[in-house]
Design a protein. Structure first.
Length: 203
C-alpha cells in the first residue's frame, strides 16, 4: 500500500511540474517585449550613410529591427511578406539585423531567415551592437516602423499575435491598413520577440 501511494504521489508531482512548465511557457509566448517611442520623423542620419539616399524617391520606408538568432524573427518576416503582398503598396524595406561587436563562437544568422526575406528584396544592414535600431527606439526583435514618403511616422509595433506565431494579428492588420491608407495608426500594437540587447535578454 505504501509503495502504491508513493507511485501515485510521484505521478501527481510530475503532472504538477508539467502543468507548471506549460503555464510558464504559455505566459512567455504571450508576454510582449520592451517598447519605446520611435522618432516622429525619419532622417538620413538615423540610418547608415547612403541608405535613404540610394532608395527610390517618393516611396514610404518600412524598417524592421531583427535579432537573427531569435526564433520569433522568422514569423515576423513571413508575416511581413504576406502584408506587403496583400497591401500591394511599394515601399523601401530596410532590415536592421543585430550583429554583436565581437562575434561569439558559433554565431549564425540562419539560412532559413535569409531565404525568407529574399523575396522582399530588402536592404539588409548589419547593425553592430544594435546601434541603428537603438537610435530608432527599437529594443525588441520584430519591431516594425513604417514611415511615409516624406518621413513621417505612421506605424510602430509588432505584427505577430505572440512569440513565433504566424497568421493574422491585430498589429499585422493595422500595418496593412496603414500602408494602404497612408494615415497614422492611433494605437501601438505589442511586439512579441526577443530582447535586442544583452542587458535586456530577460524581457
Amino acid at each position: 500500500m505504501k509503495q502504491k501511494w508513493l507511485s501515485v504521489s510521484c505521478a501527481l508531482i510530475w503532472l504538477l511540474a508539467l502543468a507548471g512548465g506549460w503555464c510558464v511557457m504559455e505566459r512567455y509566448e504571450r508576454t510582449p517585449g520592451a517598447q519605446t517611442r520611435a522618432p516622429e520623423w525619419l532622417t538620413g542620419r538615423m540610418l547608415p550613410p547612403g541608405v535613404l539616399e540610394a532608395a527610390p524617391k517618393g516611396l514610404p520606408v518600412l524598417l524592421v529591427a531583427l535579432h537573427p538568432q531569435c526564433t520569433c524573427s522568422l514569423a515576423t518576416i513571413h508575416e511581413l511578406r504576406r502584408i506587403v503582398q496583400q497591401s500591394r503598396v511599394p515601399a523601401t524595406i530596410v532590415l536592421l539585423m543585430y550583429t554583436p561587436g565581437r562575434l561569439p563562437e558559433g554565431w549564425k544568422q540562419g539560412a532559413r531567415l535569409n531565404r525568407a526575406f529574399e523575396p522582399l528584396h530588402p536592404r539588409v544592414i548589419e547593425d553592430t551592437n544594435g546601434r541603428w535600431a537603438a537610435g530608432l527606439g527599437a529594443r525588441t526583435s520584430g519591431e516594425v516602423m513604417f514611415y511615409s514618403s516624406d518621413g513621417r511616422l505612421l506605424f510602430q509595433g509588432g505584427i505577430t499575435s505572440e512569440r513565433g506565431q504566424e497568421g493574422a494579428s491585430a498589429g499585422g492588420d493595422m500595418l496593412e491598413r496603414t500602408m494602404q491608407s497612408q494615415e497614422r495608426t492611433a494605437r501601438t500594437p505589442p511586439i512579441f520577440g526577443c530582447a535586442l540587447f544583452a542587458a535586456e535578454h530577460g524581457a
